[in-house]
Design a protein around this ligand. Structure first.
Ligand code: ATP
Ligand code: MG
Length: 180
């Protein structure tokens, strides 16, 4: 499995619809300070269900919506979609391509989708457990996070190992069952 495409529209500095195409291997994003490089990884975090505005370097969730410039009026919503190549069926869904998307309006109303069908954030989390990709995964290592991983409490480090060996899914199900 690999990340094939990121589509953003009205997200942070990306007012227009922009499509980033990726291929197997390594892709670097370069550009001057403030040009939007980190906004690309913020978009990926956000579409995977990030709930903390702070993690996205904003005050509240609506701050991810393009807020306008001297030349452009603000957008009414933010949209991000990421497409993964799933021909090896790493994700347990019977499609060669899986697209996860999220949209938020200024009203606060928001929507998640998997392959264009509306779903809950829970469905996205479940699909991605134990792949290392999800919100709790380790696929996005932010600035400063490397130090944190090295000095984290042993329980926190354990979570990374749980995710890597593939038992997060079972732990979450157990927690849920115990709550009921
Ligand atoms: P650096 O090299 O300093 O890390 P960067 O390329 O990572 O820079 P980002 O932090 O991704 O840059 O982008 C910052 C830019 O995004 C700023 O110019 C900021 O004004 C713009 N920006 C952030 N949120 C919004 C928003 N909601 N609407 C419009 N522009 C936004
Ligand atoms: Mg940056």
């Amino acid at each position: 499995m690999y990340l094939k495409k990121i589509e953003v529209q009205g997200f942070k500095s990306f007012a227009n619809k922009i499509v980033f195409d990726f291929h197997r291997g390594i892709t670097g994003i370069v550009g001057p300070n403030g040009s939007g490089k980190s906004n690309v990884s913020d978009a990926v975090r956000w579409v995977l269900g990030e709930q903390s505005a702070k993690q996205l370097r904003g005050q509240n969730m609506q701050d991810v919506i393009f807020s306008g410039t001297e030349l452009r009026k603000p957008q009414g919503y933010a949209f991000v979609a990421i497409t993964m190549d799933n021909s090896d069926r790493t994700l347990t869904i019977d499609f060669d391509e899986v697209t996860i998307s999220r949209r938020i309006y200024r009203s606060g109303e928001s929507e998640y989708m998997i392959n264009n069908s509306t779903c809950r954030l829970k469905d996205i989390s479940e699909l991605l457990y134990d792949t290392g990709i999800g919100r709790e995964g380790y696929s996005i290592i932010g600035q400063g996070q490397v130090d944190k991983i090295l000095s984290k409490k042993s329980e926190d480090r354990r979570e990374l190992f749980d995710e890597a060996v593939g038992i997060t899914k079972y732990k979450r199900r157990k927690e849920l069952a115990q709550k009921k």
